[in-house]
Design a protein around this ligand. Sequence first.
Ligand SMILES: Cc1cc2nc3c(=O)[nH]c(=O)nc-3n(C[C@H](O)[C@H](O)[C@H](O)COP(=O)(O)OP(=O)(O)OC[C@H]3O[C@@H](n4cnc5c(N)ncnc54)[C@H](O)[C@@H]3O)c2cc1C
Length: 454
Amino acid sequence: MPPNEQKKILILGGGFAGISVLQQLQKIFKNNKSVKISLVNEDNFFLFTPMLPEIASGIIHPSDISIPLRTFCKNEKFYQAKVSAIDMRNNLVAITRTFDGKVKILDYDYLVIALGSTTNYFGNKRIEKNSFTMKTIQDAIAIKSHMIHMMEIADQEDDKAIQEKLMTLVVVGGGFAGVETVGELNDFVRESVRHFYRNIPQDRIKMVLVSAAKDGILPELDSDIAKKATESLQKSGIRIVPNTKAVDAGDDYVLLGNGESIPCSTMIWTAGVTIDSVVSGLDCEHSAGKVVADSRLRVPKYENVFVLGDCAAITDTKTGNMYPPTAQHALRESRVVSHNLRASITGRGQDKEFNYESKGMMAVIGKRNGIASVFGYKTSGTIAWVIWKTYYLTMLPTFEKKFRVAIDWTVNLFFKRDITLVGKIKRRTLNDLDIATIDDVLFKDKRQVSRQSS
Ligand SMILES: Cc1cc2nc3c(=O)[nH]c(=O)nc-3n(C[C@H](O)[C@H](O)[C@H](O)COP(=O)(O)OP(=O)(O)OC[C@H]3O[C@@H](n4cnc5c(N)ncnc54)[C@H](O)[C@@H]3O)c2cc1C
């Protein structure tokens, strides 16, 4: 193709879907100067989400699963910026620099929308204010710091009810993210308390998993393997509340739809995802905010625009259901998008249709414990845990990161948990609290003494 016919491909989103499209286009177009590829992402790194709960439990370091996006870009241009508007009629995208708000307009010939999803609180502002979530690296770091902080405070506390509240964690959401998060944190807290916080009795640790799914947890899995996961979690001390929603939350409680109020100092919300308004507001067909794609993963009416990953609504023609939002599907979808992009740009070959049957699902639900359903083979416990670890280690990009994670895992097998509280995340500052003076405390004690003696 002559240089004056240069085609511009713009990829929005540097997650599983966006990066995989980028890598395949690099192979397809190699040093072809007539194709110019650019990538936009608000963070300057790719996040390997399946290992996020292990950041929260301190097993692996945040930078070990965050890969700078520039390491994927060879001749491609990378913009660290927020996509703030997409104009599919005029082939334009506005990006905003997060540092100073400066807006830049990028034009394209072909657009790939892979902007993933964000947390959905279903409009419940109190839950949003009073909960953590598990979506970004900052979320996982905040949860780890908060859990260590709670153990430090609980260890100083003599009041049984307050200590129990400090040591109660409620995770809302019975999908993969919720199950893996509660499994990891349960081990982290119980092990840390056993080794370091000797003033906290183990029976004061309460871990609760609330799931709206009728049959309990992991509705995506076959019921027998989901049942195994439930039994395993229960055996390790986690209470599962099925068929129930969290309807309200405060600083120190979570209220469930069945009327039960759970006193707790930590709530993690993994119960829903939604789509960023820059995608859900696009002038095209949507399903629950996601952009509806045709079977070739093109956006109907806009032949030069592709959508994939968590922000795409793609119908499985065999079942009539939507494909689930998983990394596994995003990676498979990227093959079809790259193939069809090549077909459009070179004018050679036919479009492929997306048609994929999941090869299986796996989850880690604690130390040396997991569940797996792969190629029809179902297993649980240590074997499933080893399969999970091996598979995800091979999936992690770059040899350096694989090596670092393998070392983190090995260290964790032989040493105690790291409870260093660096960068403490305080949900309330001392200024917000009514702090007792020494006189207040002494006076209160004197009153108690005089009451006892009278
Ligand atoms: C805790 C957790 C565990 C998970 N475990 C598994 C698992 O074990 N197996 C599995 O298959 N799936 C798992 N998933 C799901 C998986 O992470 C997603 O399905 C996958 O990331 C989807 O890929 P994506 O590229 O569509 O979105 P993402 O990977 O989320 O990428 C979207 C990218 O777009 C960027 N972005 C978003 N909005 C903007 C904007 N306006 N401007 C600029 N950039 C923007 C984001 O920063 C992000 O980098 C897990 C998810 C979580 C949260």
